[in-house]
Design a protein around this ligand. Structure first.
Ligand SMILES: *[C@@H]1O[C@H](CO)[C@@H](O)[C@H](O)[C@H]1NC(C)=O
Ligand SMILES: *[C@@H]1O[C@H](CO)[C@@H](O)[C@H](O)[C@H]1NC(C)=O
Ligand SMILES: *[C@@H]1O[C@H](CO)[C@@H](O)[C@H](O)[C@H]1NC(C)=O
Ligand SMILES: [Ca+2]
Ligand SMILES: [Ca+2]
Length: 378
């Protein structure tokens, strides 16, 4: 037994009769009186790894007013919690922390102190680099001292250090990359599914819109044609309204036109007749072709009341060159001419009549007859 140990034993024997041994476990109570901090880098066994074991006592929180000694133990390499080696010690007499066993050739930095009485900052700290792979899993700290009655008190705490094999960082990296892989897979699946669903919905919408479009187009076309018909009808209505029915007999509608035959027979005045036609929304008749001539001839025949029905065709301006009075357009070649006509008989036949008993003929412009107008309804 060393001189120091013997001294401490005497001190204890003098101070107390019963040695009360109390184990205070770390984490019990709000603030533990004895703290064993074991801090380390993720893997202290790596060459750059650092392990720090620090035991401290806050005397204010315990009955132990005097901390006589602090001892740190480590479980045996690969050993159980119950098998400890004493590693370091500090006591109130020497005040110089010491390693008490060989730590696998580790370069240990040790610090610490105890007391004086009522000092709340007793501690014993050890730190060293890269513990050997068979590092100690458990560390224990024991504080021996005296309480207010100068009775011997002992408190202790034990901690286990948890280090992932192969290094925490590598494990974390591996888990991280696995997570990322899963996330990507889930993400891709979700995206692909969502995209397919969305594409389907968009296509669906497209075809619905197209269907609607063509429906609307059809409806618009139908409406447009209805409107056109309506406008035509309205136009027709107005034009029919504008015809002086007291002065004219009105034909059926043919190709959007009606023909008017003056009710009165009178000496023909081509200008006045055209003006009368204009008053009813038209002009002296102008045949575009034989078909139109035929329609008017039939109308005149039905109307009757005269043999002569005057037209807008004449060669007043230039003999033999027939034009229409209103439009000045040349009269097209017609096969409807009565045989031998136009003949400009006596050199004075410059207006064209429909003679019911003879056919299309040039005759003297001032002769008595009815005249025929043409009204374009639409
Ligand atoms: C150990 O703990 C004491 C008290 O908390 C502190 O003063 C000291 O700096 C610590 N030592 C190390 C190496 O952490
Ligand atoms: C411990 O108690 C002493 C005396 O009452 C006081 O001065 C000191 O601040 C206390 N320490 C702590 C950490 O509470
Ligand atoms: C330590 O504290 C106790 C109780 O508070 C007191 O009786 C004693 O005198 C103190 N000792 C010193 C050295 O201050
Ligand atoms: Ca003539
Ligand atoms: Ca003639």
């Amino acid at each position: 037994m060393s001189e120091r140990a013997a001294c401490f034993q005497n001190y204890l024997l003098m101070a107390m009769i019963v040695l009360i041994v109390t184990f205070v476990t770390s984490g019990k109570g709000a603030t533990p009186a004895i703290n064993l901090d074991v801090s380390h880098t993720n893997d202290p066994t790596t060459p750059s790894g650092l392990l720090v074991v620090n035991c401290s006592v806050d005397a204010n929180l315990t009955d132990m007013v005097t901390v006589a000694s602090l001892t740190v133990f480590g479980s045996k390499p690969y050993g159980n919690q119950g098998e400890f080696d004493e590693l370091a010690l500090v006591d109130m007499w020497s005040q110089s922390p010491k390693l008490t066993s060989d730590l696998e050739d580790a370069d240990v930095v040790i610090s610490g102190k105890t007391g004086p009485e009522n000092d709340s900052h007793s501690y014993l700290a050890m730190s060293w680099n890269s513990p050997t792979p068979g590092y100690r899993q458990y560390y224990k700290c024991v504080a021996n001292g005296l309480d207010h009655q100068r009775q011997g008190v002992s408190i202790a705490t034990t901690v286990k250090i948890e280090i992932l094999n192969g290094g925490c960082c590598e494990k974390m990296d591996s888990i991280d990359s696995q997570l990322r892989e899963v996330t990507e897979k889930v993400g891709n699946t979700c995206t692909a599914k969502t995209a397919a669903a969305l594409t389907g919905q968009v296509k669906n919408l497209h075809s619905k819109i197209e269907a609607l479009d063509s429906k609307i187009e059809g409806e618009i076309e139908a409406l447009a044609s209805k409107l056109e018909t309506f406008q035509q009808n309205q136009n027709l209505h107005f034009k029919m309204m504008a015809i002086d029915k007291g002065s004219f007999d009105v034909s059926d509608i043919s190709k959007g036109r009606v023909y008017l035959a003056s009710k009165a027979q009178a000496a023909f005045n081509i200008g006045a007749a055209n003006q009368a036609c204009k008053s009813s929304g038209g002009h002296l008749v102008e045949f575009d072709d034989d078909e139109e001539y035929q329609f008017v001839y039939d109308f005149a025949t039905r109307t009757g009341g005269a043999n002569t029905f005057w037209t807008g065709a004449n060669d007043i301006e230039r003999e033999g060159h027939f034009v229409y009075f209103n439009s000045k357009k040349p009269v097209p070649t017609l096969t409807a001419w009565s045989s031998g006509q136009p003949d400009n008989a006596d050199g004075s036949e410059d207006c064209i009549e429909i003679r019911l008993t003879f056919g299309l003929n040039d005759w003297i412009c001032s002769q008595t007859g009815k005249f025929v107008c043409e009204v374009e309804l639409y």
